[in-house]
Design a protein around this ligand. Structure first.
Ligand code: GN1
Ligand code: MG
Length: 370
């Protein structure tokens, strides 16, 4: 974490009114450094983009500019994204002495995040927000956005990387927990390529995606029933709708969260899943082609599998990617994602039925944005 003096100096390079006041850590992100900055009596979000994760932070900022301009051209969008605050020189980021990129964003007022979804209305709101987002970016050509994180959802690459690392360590050095995770992965190897193959064969198109629409990245109204904004737009880039829908569901339907306590039951909540899909289908359903719908179940199973691979790899690699509070967190998180996969597989018929119901409704074309 950066020192207060350093943070204040960086904040002063943006076009905000003095005085620069308090700077406090904000949110639960695992990658970037994020702060709530007070300046001129207003609150902002000050962020340092993690240069080890994002090889081209300037590309993130260029994408954000394109996305912001695209959304500003549309009317009644019913969803906000945080505005970028310019630097004193008129740019949209600054570099510190270590060449790290910092940016300043609007802090969306009167908004809150939810630790878990508690009511159907909240699940509907999440689905509606993601559907709106996809609907809004449908008219933004893919080519206008550069890749901020190449291979971000290339599950086969994550799988190979994990198996490669495992292959380089002696099996005697593995704990039984790690071995169980590896066995789990080996049993599901064919799953890894489900979406990549479909895209390569031309069955499903690349589209503009959010990349990381987990529950923490949705800002709700104070009553918790409406999603006002989607944040964390670093991974907005060409991808598959399935990545977003699968990632959103793996996060929202895991009511215990990404790091539950020992002995807690880890399950995939079907009622939340169905409500999210209903909201999504109403806001964006018409967008999805038949093949995209057919692959939704695979995506719901794949995204927690992929995140589990990533957590497990990071655990075995010394926790270099995801921030952890204590050693072992990444392993525990991998076990939780894999338990989620198992519960999704157990409920496969019901999840498939739910997808069929949500995406076969005659009212899909009805889209009204309050
Ligand atoms: C990371 O930094 P954060 O918390 O927004 C990760 C996502 C994971 C998520 C799991 C760029 O997101 O892919 O799904 O953790 N982002 C990146 O909580 O790797
Ligand atoms: Mg993120």
């Amino acid at each position: 974490m950066s020192s207060l003096a350093r943070l204040r100096a960086i904040a002063g390079r943006f076009a905000v009114d003095p005085p620069i006041g308090a700077v406090r850590p904000l949110g639960r992100g695992l990658i970037n450094e994020t702060y709530d900055l007070e300046a001129g009596g207003q609150h902002y979000v000050l962020q340092r983009i993690n240069g080890l994760v994002f090889p081209r932070p300037e590309q993130i900022m260029a994408n954000l500019q394109v996305l912001g301009a695209h959304l500003a051209e549309q009317s009644a969008i019913g969803l906000r994204i945080p505005a970028l605050i310019a630097t004193r020189e008129g740019g949209n980021f600054v570099r510190d002495a270590d060449e790290c990129v910092w940016r300043l964003l609007e802090l969306i007022q009167d908004a809150t995040t939810l630790a878990r979804i508690e009511r159907k209305a909240q699940a509907l709101a999440v689905g509606t927000a993601l559907g709106r987002f996809h609907h809004l970016v449908e008219s933004l050509p893919n080519e206008r956005l550069g890749l901020t994180l190449p291979g971000f959802h290339a599950t086969p690459i994550y799988l190979d990387r994990l198996l490669d690392l495992v292959g380089r360590t002696a099996s005697a050095d593995r704990t039984p927990e790690v071995q169980r995770c590896i066995d789990f992965v080996l049993h599901r190897r064919p799953l890894a390529a489900a979406l990549e193959d479909a895209q390569r064969d031309g069955r499903i198109p690349l589209r503009v995606t959010h990349g990381d629409p987990k529950l923490d990245n949705m800002l709700f109204s104070r009553d918790g029933d409406r999603v006002l904004a989607i944040i964390d737009l670093d991974t907005v880039q060409p991808g598959l709708l399935q990545h977003d829908i699968g990632d959103c569901l793996r996060s929202c339907c895991n009511s215990g969260g990404e790091l539950t306590g020992e002995g807690d039951r880890i399950g995939f909540d079907l009622a939340i899943c169905e409500a999210i899909l209903v909201g999504y289908a109403q806001a964006a359903g018409q967008l999805l082609g038949r093949a995209e719908i057919e692959l939704l179940y695979d995506a719901i199973r794949l995204m927690p599998f992929e995140l589990g691979l990533r957590f497990l790899h990071d655990h075995l690699d010394g926790d270099r990617y995801f921030r952890v509070a204590v050693r072992g967190d990444n392993l525990r998180k991998a076990q939780i994602q894999f338990a989620l996969v198992t519960d999704i597989e157990r409920q496969a018929p019901q999840i498939r039925a739910s997808i069929a119901t949500c995406f076969s409704r005659g009212d899909l074309r009805k889209r009204s944005y309050p």
